[in-house]
Design a protein around this ligand. Structure first.
Ligand code: PLP
Length: 354
């Protein structure tokens, strides 16, 4: 049994994906070929935003967004402590200071109450200027955007949605990738919508941000490719990856239904024995992970292993516990919920071909 079964997915889509790749080999436009624009249009339509801009990976998608929002040294950027490293890394990469926020007990996402406490504390200390919130749709479940948007407005902060795991989820019919000022996703193979290498995308309704990001993505180009008007990076999505994603995106709604069915089956079988993931009313999850919480995690994982069922820990270390961020640990109470989650969570196999 596979933790994420990419081989079964490929077998299911083989004829279509092979044909798409062959088309690229035939036309030979490997960089920014027609499939890239076709994909960007399809992504924008699926998510329900004006602009979808593809890039090299989900980490670059965050960096490009932060460049557009001019996040810089001296800025405080609030993010969940219980997340994948890239969320915090990209804040620090801009030379801004990540402020780590505790998790909501039931959703594992950034806790709006603790977030407001951190914002107030940062303002009271007066050392950093509060600039933005990066929320993460952890394990596929969108963060609490109704509350986060209120806080962003109240404290005049920009809001970035890190939907690397959340692509495909929604709140009251509004899709992940459409929340905040700018949203990002990753097409790393193991994500809900993955390609066969690295890939990422940025979503926004804001024309000005979109133009900046399109420029930063290709060496800060101006209207002419060889007129560089700002310092950017090289972060394009390969045409072959775009071609693969076009076929995977077409299949994605059906796969989401399969993931939902697998999650419902897990819930039925496991809710008596474990704390199972709960999806709040009005929300849907893309089930990037199916994650349980248990004090006896190690023993349970061993038992599953003996039965041939792979499990994994996402995540065993909070951001405020990471070696590189130890010097930043400014909070006396740290983050009790996230620290407990890091000790107790484990994830079961989850994919559309389970
Ligand atoms: C995977 C992931 C990223 C980074 O995506 P890459 O494509 O691997 O760079 C960022 N944030 C979160 C929450 C992720 O899970």
């Amino acid at each position: 049994m596979q933790f994420i079964d990419l081989a079964s997915q490929y077998q299911h889509l083989k004829a279509r994906i092979d044909m798409r790749i062959q088309n690229v080999l035939d036309h030979g436009q490997y960089i920014m070929g027609p499939e890239v624009q076709e994909l960007e249009e399809a992504l924008a339509e699926y998510v329900g935003v004006k602009h979808a801009i593809t890039c090299a990976n989900g980490t670059d998608a965050l960096t490009l967004s932060m460049m557009a929002l001019e996040i810089k040294e001296g800025d405080a950027v609030f993010c969940p402590t219980f997340t994948f490293f890239a969320t915090a890394e990209t804040i620090a990469f801009q030379r801004a200071t990540p402020i780590f926020v505790d998790s909501d007990e039931s959703t594992f996402n950034i806790c709006p109450k603790d977030l407001e406490r951190c914002i107030k504390q940062t303002i009271a200390e007066g050392k950093l200027s509060p600039k933005a919130i990066v929320a993460v749709d952890l394990f596929g479940l969108p963060a609490n955007y109704p509350e986060l948007e209120k806080l962003a407005k109240k404290y005049d902060l920009k809001l970035i949605e890190d939907a690397a795991q959340g692509f495909g989820g929604s709140i009251n019919g509004k899709r992940a990738g459409s929340f905040g000022d700018i949203a990002t996703t990753s097409f790393f193979p193991a994500k809900p919508l993955g390609c066969y290498g690295d890939g990422g995308a940025i979503f926004t309704d804001n024309d000005e941000y979109a133009e900046l990001i399109r420029s930063y993505r290709v060496h800060g180009k101006g209207s002419d490719k060889y007129d560089n008007v700002r310092v950017g990076m090289n972060s394009r999505l390969d045409t072959i990856q775009a071609a693969i994603l076009l076929e995977k995106l077409a299949e994605f709604p059906r796969e989401l239904t399969c993931r939902d069915r697998a999650a419902a089956e897990y819930e039925k079988e496991l809710s008596g024995s474990y704390k199972t993931p709960q999806v709040p009313k009005g929300y849907t999850s893309s089930w990037a992970q199916y994650t349980l919480v248990d004090e006896n995690r190690d023993a349970i994982m061993r038992e599953y292993k003996n039965k041939g069922i792979p499990t994994a820990i996402y995540y065993g270390t909070c951001m405020h516990q990471q070696t590189v961020f130890k010097a930043l640990s400014f909070r006396k109470d740290n983050c009790p919920v996230a620290e407990r989650l890091a000790k107790q969570v484990f994830s079961l196999p989850m994919h559309a071909y389970l």
